[in-house]
Design a protein around this ligand. Sequence first.
Ligand SMILES: [Ca+2]
Length: 165
Amino acid sequence: MKSLLFIVVLSLLAVGYARDQEAELAIRGGKKACPEGWVENGNQCYFILPETKEAFVRGLYLCNQLGVTLPIIKSAEENAFLLSLMERKGDPRLGMIAPNGDNVFEWLDGTAVADTFSAWNTGEPNNSGGIEKCAQLHVSESGKGKWNDAPCSNSRFIVCQMEKK
Ligand SMILES: [Ca+2]
């Protein structure tokens, strides 16, 4: 009985070792990939959190728990991809803030939105009521594919984003 257990343990170790070898080879081959369950687009991986909508801080916290961040969009192609991902679901929160509430938005990686790609809807960002420091992507007919600034306390769908590793 003991020898059978020994063989089982050895087999499990061997399988584990083989998997480690596979991972090593993938790294050495320079192959980058998204984790299982994530959606791949170009150099990015996306994960749609379950049904709940969250305020900005909670959404960012949830993505940070996975070691990643909210979507940082640097091209029309990435914007279109996020739209296609969420089109039938609802507006996702974007990984940007206007810390001073002055319509000057920055991505969570510290780059100024004005210096990169932007897709503001007509008349946005308007900091309506002086309380719009966060933003979302519109996925519905009105302003589809465009961004709107809105209060950070508003509940939005959360998509997490990471670069392929
Ligand atoms: Ca607005």
